[in-house]
Design a protein around this ligand. Structure first.
Ligand code: GLC
Ligand code: CA
Length: 551
């Protein structure tokens, strides 16, 4: 496969609202990130992905954009942005921004104009339909609950919003919309941006039949009428041609409804579409019937099977992106690890896993500390539109408050959005003022300051593992072979290529377990972590993880 910086790099994701507040208003901002540039660089990462920082009324924390050309007032100014880009580039870090163009905010000038009347020149920039029998045009549901159609009193039609009503879907059938988006992208590239993470990119093209979901088809089924719609590949190719070509930038599409086969069409190296995508199969591993609010324990054998399918299926044809959490998911250590008995060990095990898979690793702010899920007692402490809507709908459907809060504690997106924990001090060192969302009480122990001075911390392990990956290109470009497939505790695999053969063994449990070296040629331990002196060379202690070279 072709080599490139975005294949060899490690990505660090920053959620600006919760990273660092520089001016004591309780909201993270660009100058806060600037203050922490040296910390970010100290991790050894190569690329930063910033969640949306554009002007927004924040119905969905910046995923509802009012003006694609300006910075959210709370976050700072374009001058701050330029300084931030320069700060990253000086440190050899590239900057990837979020591109949210399936929808805009209902406060975007385009939408305001579009809704003025059926005759508006911008009417066709959004998706307007007449109602049917006094109700919406069809039964599509919005991702955050309720109908995906909102009636506009003023102009007498419904508009489509696959997310919140304040996030009307742009009409990608309209070439003016597309060309405006491409021009906007180019302006950001010229300003120094090195790529885009493309929000729900698989939803851009809607099936013109506007048919109902078929029985059994879930909201983001690969075949749903707005997932991988008929013109998606055409739009993405056009975007590549008109917005991306000529710039040395990377793209990663957020891709709900993606199967391995569909992924190869969108990111296959020969396709000329996107570089990478985020698939959701792994994130669905603990859902019941595809419903994220109904959860079951993680089955390691199934988790391994999913990872293996993507590792092997993409190999030599397309590039994987690996993540165990982001701003939409619970904390990885609370979900895939054990944040009670083995927080430090399991956080390290997961980081070692992420950093030894093929593809580009994405680490989310605080993951390098082993930050955990929060469990606010009261729904009034939650801020996420998705969580608040779920709570209302769950109670209306007769689910008890206790049950609903239990799901929220496990799955709410706010788990990832509590402030970054810089110190044990007031507001975790995030802000001088009361933060926009509560701080996780565990900040008194889990924080950057503590972990800096502890050689055995998750933070220092993350740095060491990133360095280790850099020294072993087999981890980037090598092949993948899963071992001990049916083992319910051990996650073991071989990586081979670039003149090396590495054995990765991770105990994904709190019990002692046998490793996978049996029958393999002699091994030399290269790195890892474990309960020093307890485990034997063959046995792994609780959440122990190691990488060995095979002779
Ligand atoms: C993506 C974003 C999520 C947002 C949604 C709507 O899934 O990651 O945070 O709510 O798109 O834009
Ligand atoms: Ca601020």
């Amino acid at each position: 496969m072709k080599r490139s910086w975005w294949k060899e790099g490690v990505v660090y994701q920053i959620y600006p609202r919760s990273f660092k507040d520089s001016n004591a208003d309780g909201v993270g901002d660009l100058r806060g990130i600037i203050e922490k540039l040296d910390y970010i660089a100290s991790l050894g990462i190569d690329i930063v992905w910033l969640n949306p920082i554009y002007s927004s009324p924040n119905k969905d924390n910046g995923y509802d954009i009012r003006d694609y050309e300006n910075i959210m007032e709370e976050f700072g100014s374009l001058a701050d942005f330029d300084e931030l880009v320069e700060g990253f580039h000086k440190r050899g870090i590239r900057l990837v921004m979020d591109l949210v163009v399936n929808h805009s905010s209902s406060e975007h000038a385009w939408f305001k104009e579009s809704r003025t009347s059926k005759a508006s020149p911008k009417r066709d920039w959004y998706i307007w339909k007449k109602g049917v029998d006094g109700g919406p045009p069809n039964g599509w549901q919005a991702c955050f609950g309720g109908s995906a159609w909102e009636f506009d009193e003023g102009s007498g039609e419904y508009y489509l919003h696959l997310f919140a009503p304040e996030q009307p879907d742009l009409n990608w059938e309209n070439p003016e919309v597309r060309h405006n988006v491409y021009a906007m992208m180019r302006r950001w590239f010229r300003r120094g941006v090195d790529g885009f993470r493309m929000d729900v990119i698989t939803l851009l093209s809607k099936d013109p039949s506007y048919r109902e979901l078929a029985p059994g088809e879930g909201m983001f089924s690969p075949t749903a009428p707005y997932v991988y719609g008929p013109r998606l590949h055409e739009f993405v190719k056009e975007m590549r041609r008109e917005a991306l070509d000529g710039f040395d930038v990377m793209t990663v599409g957020e891709a709900p409804g993606t199967t391995l086969e569909k992924a190869l069409d969108l990111v296959g190296e020969e396709r000329g579409e996107l570089d990478m995508l985020f698939q959701f199969e792994l994130m669905g591993v603990d859902y019941i019937d595809g419903d994220k609010w109904r959860q079951r324990p993680i089955d390691l054998v199934e988790m391994k099977r999913i990872i293996e399918r993507w590792q092997r299926g993409m190999y030599g044809q397309a590039w994987n992106s690996n993540y165990f959490m982001n701003h939409d998911q619970p904390r990885s250590v609370s979900r895939f690890g054990d944040d009670v008995a083995y927080r430090v060990e399991s956080a390290k095990a997961l980081l070692l896993l992420n950093l030894s898979l093929g593809g580009t690793p994405y680490i989310y702010q605080g993951e390098e500390l082993g930050m955990t899920n929060v469990a606010f007692d009261s729904i009034s402490d939650y801020r996420d539109v998705d969580t608040l809507n779920y709570y209302k709908e769950a109670l209306a459907a007769g689910i008890s408050e206790v049950e609903a809060m239990k799901s929220i504690h496990y799955m709410s997106r706010d788990n990832a959005r509590t402030p970054m924990q810089w110190s044990a001090g007031r507001n975790a060192g995030f802000s001088e003022a009361r933060p926009w969302i509560g701080v996780n009480p565990d900040h008194v122990t889990v924080n950057v300051e503590n972990e800096e001075s502890d050689t055995a911390s998750v933070l220092n392990f993350t740095r060491a593992m990133i360095r280790f990956r850099k020294g072993h290109p087999v981890l980037v470009y090598g092949s993948f072979e899963l071992l001990a497939r049916e083992d319910p505790r051990l996650f073991a695999f071989l990586r081979e290529g670039e003149g090396e053969r590495l054995l990765v063994e991770i105990n994904m449990s709190g019990d002692f377990t046998e490793g996978a070296a049996e029958g393999l040629s002699a091994t030399t331990l290269l790195t890892g972590h474990g309960v020093a002196g307890v485990a034997t060379p063959r046995t792994l202690g609780p959440w122990e993880a190691r990488i060995s070279a095979l002779s």
